[in-house]
Design a protein around this ligand. Structure first.
Ligand code: GSH
Length: 208
């Protein structure tokens, strides 16, 4: 059984979506990051930077932090969404999500959604970067069905929950035709719907 330490955020949802996709039995342990649970001694032992998500695979006592590392672990263990022939391409897109797409859209959330009016510079900077990211993803998805080629992979699973915050981004997802096509296709997967609602059974994926 896998124990998922998580919160209801895009990074948290990546792992519940993957667990649903591979059909594993898992238990969610909520980490209340708004009230400082992530800084508690016990949690720091399994997450040195005090971040969710983390998993413990109780079958072999393995603890893993960092969403990209967790997705790779689950993909290798299940043999799904990480085709050996395509690993370089999948790794590129997965690393780009973890190192760029997520952190930049996350800053856009901070300045534009949570704290508007506090920093004109921050708002403009991350709005512009987020717009570039949408355009760049749209260009890639003009040429290929999914981010790393024809197959749905852990790179798509990592990126999807961030684009699912598109209403906060105020960029008009529908302006990006190929990104919308990709978003709609993933939104319709039953496992994605279940994984998205892992902390709130009534939570629906925002429409494009
Ligand atoms: N690079 C990390 C980022 C994880 C992350 O930023 N988690 C946030 C929630 S989405 C968090 O735990 N924040 C709590 C804090 O920083 O205090 C990953 O991909 O797993």
């Amino acid at each position: 059984m896998i124990e998922l330490f998580s919160a209801n955020t895009p990074n948290g949802k990546k792992i519940s979506i993957m667990l649903e996709e591979i059909g594993y039995n898992y238990k969610v342990t909520k980490v209340d990051i708004n009230n400082g649970d992530q800084f508690k001694e016990d949690f720091k032992k399994i997450s040195p930077f005090s971040k969710i998500p983390v998993i413990i695979d109780h079958k072999n006592d393995k603890t893993i932090f960092e969403s990209g590392a967790i997705l790779i672990y689950l993909a290798e263990k299940s043999g799904k969404f990480y085709n050996e022939k395509n690993r370089i391409e999948i790794n590129q897109w997965l690393m780009a999500q973890v190192g760029y797409v997520g952190p930049m859209l996350g800053q856009h959330h901070q300045f534009h959604h949570y704290n508007p009016g506090k920093s004109k510079f921050g708002e403009e900077r991350y709005f512009k970067i987020s717009k570039r990211i949408y355009q760049e993803l749209d260009e890639v998805l003009l040429k290929s069905k999914f981010l790393s080629g024809n197959d749905y992979t852990i790179a798509d699973i990592a990126t999807f929950p961030w684009i699912a915050r598109h209403e906060w981004h105020d960029l008009g997802l529908k302006n990006y035709k190929n990104l919308t096509r990709w978003y709609d296709e993933i939104s319709h997967r039953e496992a994605v719907k279940r994984g998205f609602a892992f902390m709130n059974n009534n939570e629906l994926i925002p429409k494009s």
